[in-house]
Design a protein around this ligand. Structure first.
Ligand code: SF4
Length: 388
């Protein structure tokens, strides 16, 4: 790598691991423009970007949970308890307002913590419908996108011009497409980036301005990288709908004889799965994006009779030729827990070896995970054809 590209990758890693430094830098270069905390996964960031704000998807910051422990019950997932902790300890003060589109009940609970501890902060929840098949669904989604546009305009004091919105859509699409290319290349055999590097690339794109992120990532890709595959067992990682799996867990997976070839993680393929149409009315296009995302990679927080996550998973495994699936289930993630039995049944029926790993915000038993992953790897390896 040249110094220029290593500097570009180092910047992406720095932003991914400490978004607050980037946020403060951005703020000092954009006086008077707000930074919005966006709670995953459904909020149309493009609308906020077009109004001149920096929309940052709030990350689990991997700090131990202290004061947040008393604010949400223990049976909330680690991500939501970490968000509550960020609010309680002042780590959330870098944001000027909170914008969320309906997602899951626990995330709504953590937004309520912001409301209660910071009564002067704007907290907006857009109720995008969860039931996707009803004949009235597209009309409702479209009305909610218009409402979100109005809320953003009122908060920032800036009109969202349709031309500017188209530009923002284009900028996010280009960044998504570049990341998607890396994920596609990985699935077809190019191992140029390991799972931790890819996670840093994707996390930084959730934080940064898309134009700036795209430019840095382009610099990173200019440099040749080694990309040969080895003989490790190819695995698909599934789950972690809202926050990034811990880096040390990804390292243990690859150290245990597995190579990650594909995923449906939020900090992975799910985040970049679907582009917004760049023709027609851009606000309508955001509504269509919301609906199509659930078809590209089905989400257990939405209800749609003609798509299912288990079917998607079996197809994805066939496309990438993964030899096993590791389910990364955050402890107490209700949507994932409810779907997990279906996923398990379907993969068993398809003869795909699988392993469920329940993750926590802190204190994850890495060595016990290592033993279980090594066992999965061994099982998958025994299924390989024997060449005589
Ligand atoms: S979907 Fe799961 S991980 Fe995400 S906020 Fe809800 S409970 Fe937590």
């Amino acid at each position: 790598m040249t110094d220029a590209s290593s500097a570009a990758m180092a910047k992406l890693v720095e932003v991914a691991r400490d978004p607050r430094v980037y946020i403060e830098q951005w703020r000092s270069g954009h006086a008077g423009r707000p930074v919005l905390a966006i709670l995953p996964m459904n909020f149309p960031r493009e609308l906020a970007h077009a109004a001149g704000a920096l929309p940052v998807i709030v990350q689990d910051d991997q700090q131990p949970i202290t004061e947040g422990r008393a604010l949400l019950a223990e049976f909330y997932c680690g991500y939501t308890r970490n968000l509550a902790d960020q609010v309680a300890t002042g780590r959330f003060d870098v944001y000027d307002g909170v914008f969320q589109a309906d997602h899951c009940i626990q995330l709504i609970g953590s937004a309520d913590i912001v409301r209660s501890l910071k009564p002067d902060t704007t907290v907006f929840l857009g109720m995008l419908n969860t039931s996707m098949n009803d004949p009235w669904a597209p009309r409702q989604v479209s009305a909610m996108m218009r409402r979100i546009r109005a809320e953003i305009e009122a908060f920032t004091g800036n009109p969202v011009e349709l031309g500017t919105l188209r530009d923002s859509i284009g900028a996010y699409n280009r960044d998504r497409a570049l990341i998607r290319r890396l994920l596609d290349e990985r699935a077809t055999g190019n191992a140029a980036f390991g799972p931790v590097e890819l996670q840093d690339i994707i996390t930084s794109s959730m934080v940064m301005d898309p134009v700036e992120h795209h430019a840095l990532l382009t610099d990173v890709l200019l440099e040749p990288r080694r990309s040969e595959r080895d003989d490790r067992v190819r695995v698909h990682l599934s789950g972690h709908l809202c926050h990034a799996p811990r880096r040390e867990l990804l390292e243990v997976i690859e150290d245990s004889g597995a190579a990650v070839v594909d995923d449906d993680l939020y900090h992975g393929r799910r985040y970049v799965s679907t582009d917004v149409a760049e023709t027609g009315d851009p606000v309508e296009a955001l509504g269509e994006w919301y609906a199509r995302r659930n078809v590209t990679i089905p989400c257990p927080t939405r209800v749609q009779q003609d798509v299912d996550w288990d079917g998607y998973l079996v197809d994805a495994v066939r496309v990438s030729a993964a030899e096993a699936v590791i389910h990364l289930v955050p402890k107490f993630c209700e949507p994932h827990m409810l779907y997990y039995p279906e996923l398990r049944k379907r993969l068993d029926a398809a003869g795909i070896p699988q392993l469920q790993i329940e993750t926590e915000h802190e204190g994850i038993p890495l060595e016990s995970f290592r033993t279980r992953i090594e066992t999965l790897v061994e099982r998958a390896r025994r299924r390989r054809p024997v060449h005589v």
